[in-house]
Design a protein around this ligand. Structure first.
Ligand SMILES: C[C@@H](O)[C@H](N)C(=O)O
Ligand SMILES: C[C@@H](O)[C@H](N)C(=O)O
Lengths: 165, 165
């Protein structure tokens, strides 16, 4: 299946939050996300990687306006589940490479990572699906990153910033 | 936007690999994925969470048949980039909750996590997009998890296992 990149989505109206050092046992992801859902806070990208020594980190993005409310909830939850700390950052940009046939996207992902590396832009988070590769970077690199990706994938420069959530 | 879960995708023909303790600086994601892409190994879910003390972990899934080849490549790369270790595991099941309107998916995600928690199934990795919430669990819980999710979302039991990649 030939991967076809159809566009680049980007926005800087989100913030990332991470509950650091959560116990890696059943029920913890629910304990973190349920109070956020009950507070009607919309969540976008959710990322959790494998654990080590029985602990892992659990991250997700929310709308910037919801950062403070989310951190307040998570600080309470962190105490209840015995997590180490809660960190948040609203100086981020979420970049998405959208396309069909991403099933064969290892080449596309590596090309995306290469384009960001060539501009010395650090990738803070990665999450993928069949139709999209999403990365979180520092918001200050947004325009530079979007231009680098347009160039790398030969896309038309006319893009407007999308708002999400 | 009312989230609508349309189905559950699941398969146990993948394996997860993680490069543990990679330097969190530009160019590393490319250094990891480029040799994998050049070896024509298809990659599915890619997950990276925020770093700590200048390091992070970088994971992705490949077809089970590619696990050994992937680990061989990554062990070489890990040496070149100064990563701590490379781990792999093919005893996994990838579960995806598919639907539209996932933008409001915090409620859907928390319901999915609750269903898995109620069966005491540990979530090893999480990755999401607008149309899908993907988790990695131990392969031995595949049937139990699929049944629990069908029940939680009121879906028709008739599902057949999908092969991916
Ligand atoms: C960390 C969290 O995902 C935990 N492993 C769970 O299953 O809920
Ligand atoms: C870890 C890796 O993603 C690194 N931050 C990079 O930008 O390549």
């Amino acid at each position: 299946e030939q991967a076809l990149v159809s566009g680049i989505a980007f926005n800087r109206d989100e913030a990332k939050v991470t509950v650091v050092g959560v116990p890696d046992r059943p029920g913890i992801a629910f304990a973190i996300l349920d109070p956020v859902a009950k507070a009607n806070i919309e969540v976008d990208v959710i990322v959790q990687n494998i654990g080590k020594d029985g602990m892992t980190d659990f991250s997700f993005t929310v709308h910037r306006n919801d950062l403070k409310r989310t951190l307040d909830i998570l600080k309470r939850v962190a105490g209840e589940i015995g997590a180490r700390e809660v960190v948040g950052d609203d100086k981020i940009c979420k970049l998405g490479l959208v396309g069909v046939g991403m099933r064969s996207h290892v080449g596309v992902a590596s090309q995306m990572f290469s384009a960001l590396a060539s501009e010395n832009i650090n990738i803070q988070m990665v999450s993928t699906s069949e139709i999209k590769i999403t990365v979180v970077i520092d918001e200050k690199y947004m325009e530079l990153a979007v231009r680098a990706l347009h160039k790398a994938f030969g896309l038309d420069e006319q893009v407007k910033e999308q708002t999400s959530l």
